[in-house]
Ligand binder design. Structure first.
Ligand code: MG
Length: 279
């Protein structure tokens, strides 16, 4: 540094200093090159969409709830005779004790039965110890008619884009709060679903409506779906803006998603809401 003026020497000294690093901001997976949701505020799977407030649920609520007399028991630990895989052949997931576990990459399993409007009880547990991050951490889902997904994910102290976390209507509606239990603990979903309706001209006259309680906490409150879930099947590619499919019958099946992560399910039952056919 010889022959430098004092001012230049000061600048040279400053240039050699290590920069002061600000604390690293938490990175949340997501996308901003996707279409805007209908509200015009957030992209589909927007990482900036606010994370739901964390609520610690009560200890049990409906965990272990016996089925009401008019419910159909879909799984109580004794077999998968009410289920098939997507190709219609016998369900191939593994049962153990009182639960059934995804067979990663084996495809989802879906009910043989169908219901127009229903109350569904299901319990699930993500792996403990947990594996992966974001959408790769205990991902499964409650798929309705292979069109509408209530996300199953390990979102306990684990973040992903808000419209993809546990209890989200995937790609549309984040849960109102984050009521997740730790990985490995049994959690409940109590889901009320009303199927969409079309008139004889094929016009949508009633959107699908869903209410979801997770561990006894309301996380979706009579939410009107914007349409299908992106990425469930080829009809709506991943990261696309939701829209309704071609008209389908109100009677729909339930599918447990295989998202290549091991997730356990138990005590699954369903009952009709008896809303009638004139909705
Ligand atoms: Mg899923």
């Amino acid at each position: 540094m010889k022959n430098l003026t004092p001012a230049l020497a000061l600048l040279a000294a400053l240039a050699c200093q290590q920069p002061t690093l600000a604390p690293a901001a938490e990175t949340i997976d997501g996308f901003t090159n996707t279409p805007f949701e209908a509200d015009g505020k957030w992209h589909v799977h927007d990482p900036a969409r606010p994370q739901p407030v964390v609520v610690t649920p009560g200890a049990t609520f409906s965990q272990g709830a016996p089925a009401p007399s008019d419910a159909e028991i879909l799984f109580n630990g004794t077999g998968l005779d009410k289920w098939v895989n997507a190709r219609g052949t016998p369900a191939n997931w593994h049962t153990n004790e009182d639960y059934v576990e995804t067979a990663p990459s084996g495809g989802g399993i879906r009910t043989i039965g169908k219901w127009a409007d229903f109350q569904l009880h299901v319990e699930w547990a993500s792996p403990n110890p947990p594996h992966g991050t974001s959408q790769g951490r205990g991902n499964s889902g409650i798929l309705i008619n292979d069109m509408y997904e209530v996300q199953v994910l390990d979102s306990y102290q684990a973040k992903t884009y808000a419209d993809g976390q546990a209890g989200a209507i995937y790609g549309q509606s984040p849960p109102l709060v984050n009521a997740c239990k730790p990985p490995g603990e049994w959690q409940t979903y109590d889901i009320l679903f009303e199927s969409p309706r079309w008139n004889a001209q094929g016009e949508l006259v009633k959107k699908a409506v869903i209410t979801v309680l997770q561990n006894g906490v309301v996380i979706q409150n009579h939410y009107e779906l914007a349409g299908m879930t992106d990425g469930i099947n080829a009809a709506l590619p991943w990261k696309s803006l939701s829209h309704y499919p071609a008209p389908h019958a109100p009677e729909v099946f339930i599918e447990l998603q295989d998202h290549k992560n091991p997730v356990r399910f138990r005590n699954i039952w369903i009952r009709s809401l008896h809303l009638g056919s004139n909705l």
